[in-house]
Structures are given as structure tokens and as C-alpha cells.
Design a protein around this ligand. Structure first.
Ligand SMILES: O=C(O)CCC(=O)C(=O)O
Ligand SMILES: [Fe+2]
Length: 301
């Protein structure tokens, strides 16, 4: 096998990339379980960096806090923690997280020639079996990214340890990225601000309308591996009934073609994504989803 060297991009071991069959599997199922992309030392360093982040370490602060920012702070107590923009605020996390091989894998899956970071969220599920905030209801990420032109965006879900059902690992509704959506209410509202049973019922109704089964597949992810999911796949996760915190980072990725577009909510108002108040503007005055400060290139062919 030949190793392709890409100008300005580090070499990536081709054995770590998805095979042709894996790429077909991703197109059909909407998810992919990667090979071992991080060493144990890298994963452990990620945990250490995340503990530093929770203790208040920042390389730089966001210039402002946009309206829908997920930003756990110690005052919020032992609920599930979500912190957006960790790749921006924490140099220690970014140094490990932004590994080009992740972009190279994503580029294959999305059949894109460039992959940029879109967002990153540091996640911590405390080991509290009854903690309701630990539950992630069924949702598709595309609904939150309606200001994006791309239909090919995807997410790398990166746990910091072996992650299985007991810890409430991410769970995919197999093949649901191919379903046609039913008419609903404003789907751009984040799952944390919506009724869980409503989301459950939307999933059932959508499956039925598509003549499809709801086949949920928990991602059993060994340490150093990660799962990738398509922006239109329904996914969620359950309680952490283990005796350890479930630590992970969701690294949301965009293909090089992606750009901002105007999107109106059902009530007619213009939707804004958090980036829209932070990133630089394109020459024609639109939010620039290629701003290297917030959306750095992870991989380019
Ligand atoms: O934390 C989880 O289990 C789900 C994360 C998620 O929704 C995502 O990575 O898109
Ligand atoms: Fe998600």
C-alpha cells in the first residue's frame, strides 16, 4: 500500500482509514466505528486536559457567549456537562483532539476533499443512574445546523475510555439518515429544551411513515477508537449505570464545501447558529464557516 503525502498535511497511515466496504457501510447505515486512532497516552492526556478545563484553565476565552451556548460551570452541579467550543478555548484539548487522521477518516466517509472542524463539545455524564440530564433523546444533528448548506456533515464521537451500554454510550438508529422526514414543529430547538416523549414519538412516526424498523445500535467503542455518524441519523444515549464518569468529546465536522445559508424557523424568524455571532464575515457579509480561528481545517487533499 502506498502512503500519500499531501502538501502541508501530515502523513496518515492508510491502514487507519475506512476501507471501500466501510465507506459503503457508512452510506447504508449512517455510522462507522473507527480503528484505533488515538494511543492510550493520547486518550489519557485528553482526560487530563479536560480536567484542567473543568478546573478553569483556558488558553483563550470566547469573545462573547452566544445565546444557545452549552457551557457547564461548577455552579450547575452534578448534572450532565456539555461545553461547546473546547477546541477554541483549550489549547491542551485542541493539541490532542485535532488529529489530522480524524479528518482523513471523515473525508473518506463524507467523500469530501476537505474537512474542517464545525464544533466540539466536551461531555461528562456523572455515574448517577437516575440523573435525568444524562439522557440524550433521539435527535439528528442536522436540525441544529440548518444554517449550513451541507447535507454531508458528520460527527466523531470520541470517548476517553472503553465505552459501552453500561456507561450510556451513543446509540444509533440504523439507516435512519435515509428516512424522509414527517412534518413537525420547530425541529431546530435543542433536545435539552424539548419534551423527551415528543422526540420518542417523532422517531416512531417517522419510522412508520418510511416503512422502516427502529433498529437501535449502541456503539461499543474501545479506548482510542471513535464512532462517526451522519448529520441526518437519529441517535441518542441512556443512563450511565457504571461506577465511573462517561467522558467524551463530540467533534462535529463539516466538508470543505459547507457554507452559511439563511434559514427561517416556522414562525418566520431567521435562525442563528452560535457561530453567527462569533466568526468573521465573508466578503459578502455572511458568517464565514471557514474562519480558521473557530473552524480550522483538519484535513485537506
Ligand atoms: O453524548 C451522547 O451520547 C450523544 C452525543 C451527540 O448527540 C453527538 O455526538 O452528536
Ligand atoms: Fe447529536
Amino acid at each position: 500500500m502506498t502512503v500519500t503525502t499531501i502538501a502541508g498535511m501530515p502523513q496518515v497511515d492508510p491502514d487507519l482509514l475506512p476501507s471501500e466496504e466501510d465507506v459503503r457501510g457508512y452510506a447504508e447505515h449512517g455510522w462507522y466505528l473507527s480503528k484505533r486512532l488515538f494511543t492510550d497516552a493520547e486518550v489519557d492526556a485528553l482526560v487530563e486536559a479536560s480536567e484542567g478545563f473543568y478546573a478553569g484553565e483556558r488558553a483563550r476565552d470566547l469573545p462573547s457567549r452566544p445565546p444557545n451556548l452549552a457551557y457547564w460551570e461548577p455552579s450547575q452541579g452534578p448534572v450532565q456537562r456539555h461545553n461547546d467550543y473546547v477546541h477554541y478555548e483549550s489549547a491542551a484539548i485542541a493539541a490532542i483532539l485535532l488529529k489530522p487522521v480524524i479528518g482523513a477518516v471523515a473525508a473518506r466517509l463524507a467523500q469530501a476533499s476537505q474537512i474542517r472542524v464545525f464544533q466540539s463539545t466536551l461531555i461528562y455524564k456523572p455515574p448517577t443512574p437516575g440523573e435525568v440530564t444524562n439522557l440524550v433523546p433521539w435527535h439528528m444533528d442536522r436540525h441544529y445546523w440548518q444554517t449550513c448548506t451541507s447535507e454531508a456533515m458528520l460527527t466523531a464521537f470520541i470517548p476517553c475510555h472503553d465505552c459501552g451500554v453500561e456507561m450510556g454510550t451513543i446509540t444509533m438508529i440504523d439507516g435512519s439518515h435515509l428516512w424522509k422526514e414527517i412534518e413537525g414543529d420547530d425541529s431546530t430547538r435543542h433536545f435539552a429544551r424539548r419534551d423527551r416523549s415528543e422526540l420518542e414519538s417523532i422517531l416512531r412516526q417517522t419510522a412508520q411513515a418510511n416503512g422502516a424498523e427502529v433498529n437501535s445500535i449502541p456503539m461499543e467503542i474501545p479506548k482510542g477508537h471513535m464512532s462517526f455518524h451522519h448529520c441526518r441519523i437519529y441517535h441518542g444515549s441512556g443512563h450511565n449505570v457504571s461506577d465511573r464518569p462517561r467522558r467524551a468529546i463530540s467533534l462535529h465536522l463539516q466538508d470543505g464545501e459547507n457554507a452559511w445559508r439563511p434559514y427561517h424557523r416556522p414562525d418566520g424568524s431567521l435562525l442563528t447558529y452560535n457561530h453567527d455571532t462569533l466568526v468573521r464575515k465573508t466578503p459578502d457579509g455572511k458568517p464565514d464557516y471557514a474562519d480558521p480561528d473557530f473552524c480550522p481545517v483538519l484535513w485537506s487533499a
